[in-house]
Design a protein around this ligand. Sequence first.
Ligand code: HEM
Length: 392
Amino acid sequence: MRNTIISLYQPSHLAGLIPTMQGCVERTAETIQLTVEGDFDFSDLALKLATDVIGQAAFGVDFALSAPPQSERDGGGEAAEFVAEHVHSTTSLKMDLSGSLSIVLGLVAPALQAPARWLLRRIPGTADRRIARTNERLRARVEEIVASRERDGDRRRGQRDFLSALLNARDGSAKMRELLTPEYVGALTYEHLLAGSATTAFTLSSAVYLVAGHPEVEAKLLAEVDRSVPSAAPAADDLQHEFPYLDQIIKEAMRFYTVSPLIARETSQQVTVGGYALPSGAWVWLAPGVMAMDAAQFPDPGEFRPERFEAGCEEERRRHQYAHVPFGLGPRACVGQRFALQELKLAMVHLYRRYVFRRSPRMESPPELQFGIVLSFRHGVWLRAVERRSAA
Ligand code: HEM
């Protein structure tokens, strides 16, 4: 089963998703065009873009959230409503006391989390109850989509989205049918929507925000983008080799604002880490954002400097290989890493071919961050897009 999932993130499958991703990116650029020279919340649009991309890749449904408002929405009102709930549930998962108490308790006393959650879900007005209700509605909607796709057997066979691939795999053998119950398929598909949208959107917003404040970085990026073949979606191979400076910008943006604040592991046996003896069953929390600010690994960590990731440079050679782990590490590392990088690069290449971005006066500095299951910008990322023709 894991092979079915992993195969969807292999380069050959991902290359096939370029036209879909590029279509969503071009639509987003059209939406930006409507507010050219005016203030707009880039992070809101980025979340819509990332949700559209995952919608197509995971469910085979076009939510069309990033489209200019007047256009027809293929997914219809129901899809838009579903996604509004999804966006709400993503942003309401916070790790401070304004969020779910059971999540906070889980950080300090994991054993108490399940009983506390069970109790809090029954108390009106608690964040745990609100989150539980939203999640129930979302799960029901995902299960509806799964059921309708199941009925659609013949049409689905030629489709490349995640949900169709799981259902096709299930049709292939009795063992898979037993394993892939409708609830499990729904949960897996929904996991992808949740794991892949807010993370990618935050990273895109951070990168564009940071470039907007660093003219020397912007100039190098524009030079690289302008060297590529104009007005075509870059092929997978070009994306991998033709944009080394863009790669550095994305890595540095992910270091500067690390979207996943915590990575969790449970020890399966007694182990000693850094001189601390941990019993079997202990929870270990890794904070990649804290590691990313370690001056021993990243000199002047408060400076946004993509050059620190230049291949083979002194700083890069001296750095510990696990100092920068925005996608986690080991067998449970992010399966969507290549997917996210492909989407981020397509988006940045296309957007910077058409626009440069300036920070709006209504954007606070430094931006206020909100710590949730993933990081988000509390008040959004307010920018102004300037068309490259008129920016010259
Ligand atoms: C910039 C974007 C992204 C970042 C920074 C990111 C980061 C992460 C991190 C830190 C983890 C936990 C890894 C660990 O425990 O070692 C994770 C897990 C995961 N991510 Fe991502 N992610 C991103 C985009 C995506 C996308 C686009 C998808 C799907 C298309 C995705 C799907 C997943 C899934 C399914 C898991 C759970 C893997 C497992 O438990 O085996 N992620 N991600």
